[in-house]
Design a protein around this ligand. Structure first.
Ligand code: FAD
Length: 379
């Protein structure tokens, strides 16, 4: 209902790419906990890294639904590559494209649209997760330079070999006891800025997660992104859009898990029959298909609202909440249908079962989505 022929053509080319290029290596990369530069480059060559960036800055100038379909199709095969894509587009290039000055866009966006470079968004801190007002990282303006001190945690794409920089939220002052937040661009290689990889994740093991450290890190005053004091606004707008891509990851993961379960249930015989012949299993598959259909409609509607410049914050939170929650349920049912084999790493469903877990936590936990929705409905 919300997609055009153009969207469906895009879906089939991204699906083809994901099946041919990502699926064969996804399990091994997950096992080794290895970010793949080669795959990121290929995703860039496919034109997926700057999908919504205007063409004048090297992007594809596509609508948000196209981008969400691309994330969905990568997640149908592998959560890690979908995470690299989504974090780069929604959190990395998104704020630069939306709030950057012409000079900033011309400087950073072209290489971020090709796969030559990645960009990250550093909001979360050890003591500031759901509550970003707990941000302790500071940036002080003196003699035309910001001096940044503090640290960030769990930053996707923060420490790859091609990460060109990060947009950091920092406290830049206070007015009558109220903290002023701003967003500042920090390029890789700036003295005082270090990034280190975090390992040992349950999920998205082939995506890059980093801790960032700023120790008297000085950047030019012109690295301010957007207006001084607008950090919270930029962060909230970034997360509203970002939620749609996490929802797309939930939808794609659920779709992939469902397809695996259906295939397995058709092939696996017990008591002389295929598993699909048992109503307990066919009803489970029917419920999975129904949840996926609902999730897709909710998410695409939210994208339609965004693409048509209508308010979409409530629908984005609902889509993020619902798609990530059904990803958990569908992956769980898919494992159940696989029986003991579903717990073995040779079966992709084992990785999907782990990968779904972050979706109820990243970019606003399910509890935070419910807070957002309850505010929208007037609680
Ligand atoms: C793999 C991965 C990648 C990530 N990528 C990025 C990134 O690129 N950039 C970035 O900035 N961050 C990133 N994050 C951080 C992520 O957004 C945070 O983990 C998330 O926002 C939750 O924060 P927290 O982990 O500190 O949990 P907390 O905020 O400490 O929450 C703990 C629990 O308390 C609940 N809770 C908190 N407050 C309330 C409340 N008011 N009411 C009810 N319940 C509440 C939460 O829902 C949760 O269940 C990433 C995280 C992971 C794991």
């Amino acid at each position: 209902m919300y997609t055009t022929e153009h969207h469906e053509l895009l879906r089939s080319s991204v699906r083809d790419f994901a099946e041919k290029e990502i699926k064969p290596v996804a399990r091994e990369l997950d096992k080794k906990e290895q970010f793949s530069l080669a795959l990121t480059r290929k995703i860039g060559e496919m034109g997926l890294l700057g999908m919504t960036v205007p063409e004048e800055f090297g992007g594809q100038g596509m609508d948000y639904l196209s981008y969400v379909i691309a994330v969905e199709e990568l997640a149908r095969v592998d959560g890690s590559q979908a995470a690299t894509l989504a974090a780069h587009n929604s959190l990395g290039t998104g704020p630069l494209a939306l709030f950057g000055s012409k000079e900033q866009k011309e400087k950073y966006l072209p290489s971020l649209c090709t796969g030559e470079a990645l960009w990250a968004f550093g909001l979360t801190e050890p003591e500031a997760g759901s509550d970003s007002r707990g941000t302790k990282t500071t940036a002080q303006l003196e003699n035309g330079e910001w001096t940044i001190n503090g640290s960030k945690i769990f930053i996707t794409n923060g420490a790859t070999e091609i990460t060109a920089g990060v947009t950091v939220q920092a406290v830049t002052g206070s007015n009558n006891g109220t903290k002023e937040y701003s967003t500042i661009i920090v390029e890789k290689g700036t003295p005082g800025f270090e990034a280190s990889e975090m390992h040992g994740k349950l999920c998205w093991r082939a995506s890059n997660t980093a801790q960032l450290y700023f120790d008297h890190c000085r950047v030019p005053e012109g690295n301010l992104l957007g207006k001084r004091g607008n950090g919270s606004k930029i962060m909230l707008q970034t997360l509203d859009s970002g939620r749609l891509s996490i929802a797309a990851m939930g939808l794609g993961l659920a779709q992939g898990a469902f397809e695996m379960a259906l295939q397995y249930a058709k092939e696996r015989k017990q008591f002389g029959k295929a598993l699909t012949q048992f109503q307990a299993i066919s009803f489970k598959l029917a419920d999975m298909a129904t949840k996926i259909e609902l999730a897709r409609n909710l998410l695409y509607k939210a994208c339609w609202l965004k693409d048509n410049h209508k308010p979409f914050g409530k629908e984005a939170a609902m889509a993020k909440l619902y798609c990530s929650e059904i990803a958990k349920e569908v992956a769980d049912d898919a494992v159940q249908i696989h029986g003991g084999y579903g717990l073995m790493e040779e079966y992709d469903i084992e990785r999907f079962y782990r990968d779904q877990r972050i979706l109820q936590i990243g970019e606003g936990t399910s509890e935070i989505q419910r807070i957002v929705i309850s505010r929208h409905i007037g609680c």
